[in-house]
Design a protein. Structure first.
Length: 138
């Protein structure tokens, strides 16, 4: 027997492998947790659709005055719709590959971003009207 050799040490490449694959957090008996939030998302989409309809009615105006043209035509319709289209494409492309269709993801992104984009355009147009000296309030 050689005293300088350790008898209890087993190298990694000599260890026996497990005979069965390791399971990750009980995938066989667990349910898909993503379906729990579906009723909540459906319940929240109805008031959000109402907010979207109110936003379109509130901000989609025709303006004859210089202030209204700047705010509603250039702000809401140009920048707001451009921001909406950009964010819809950006969020659809940025989403990792999932079980959802890319068209369904684009539809969700368009639905969520429409009122946000219109309000961004409104505030940008209002700020530009102030910058150019038309500080009229509605």
């Amino acid at each position: 027997m050689v005293p300088w050799r350790a008898q209890d040490r087993v190298h990694c490449w000599l260890r026996r492998r497990a005979s069965r694959p390791q399971l990750k957090r009980d995938p066989l008996g667990s349910r898909n947790k993503g379906h729990v939030y579906r009723p909540v998302l459906i319940a929240l989409s109805v008031p959000y659709a109402g907010l979207t309809a109110w936003t379109i009615r509130r901000l989609w105006r025709h303006g004859d005055q210089p202030y209204e043209r700047l705010v509603y035509r250039f702000g809401v319709r140009t920048l707001g719709l451009g921001f909406w289209a950009f964010m819809t494409v950006f969020l659809t492309i940025r989403e990792p590959i999932s079980s959802r269709s890319i068209w369904f993801s684009a539809l969700i992104a368009a639905f969520v971003n429409l009122p946000i984009g219109l309000w961004v355009g409104y505030f940008w147009g209002h700020g530009m009207a102030r910058f150019y000296g038309d500080d009229r309030t509605e």
